[in-house]
Design a protein around this ligand. Structure first.
Ligand SMILES: [Zn+2]
Length: 107
């Protein structure tokens, strides 16, 4: 383990530390770990890409993790997806007013 990884864990960013220690599998390394959208159109384009991944069976729809505080991280609606290869989980938030939405790996 890298020292910086342990320090992040110790200093209250366990998710980031865990993410660094869990590399992507050959399925999910093909999509971004984190993406923020600046427009509804940009979100729509990515929404279609996510739909294609789901149709191809590369990701599966799941319920959001119980430990996630939805109120603090989401303004709009959210969906959660799990990589069918390694079980990594993504949080996909839809845009709402000035909030552009995002796609981010959380597990
Ligand atoms: Zn994976």
């Amino acid at each position: 383990m890298r020292r910086i990884t342990f320090l992040k864990f110790k200093n209250g960013s366990p998710n980031n530390a865990i993410l660094e220690m869990r590399p992507e599998c050959n399925i999910c390394q093909t999509f971004p770990k984190e993406r923020k959208f600046s427009s509804g159109k940009e979100f729509d384009v990515y929404f279609h890409q996510v739909s294609d991944l789901k149709l191809a069976g590369k990701i599966l729809s799941i319920k959001g993790p119980s430990w996630l505080n939805h109120d603090s991280s989401h303004i709009g609606a959210a969906a959660f997806f799990k990589c069918s290869g390694c079980g990594s989980v993504w949080d996909f938030a839809a845009p709402e007013k000035e909030f552009g939405g995002f796609w981010v790996r959380i597990v």
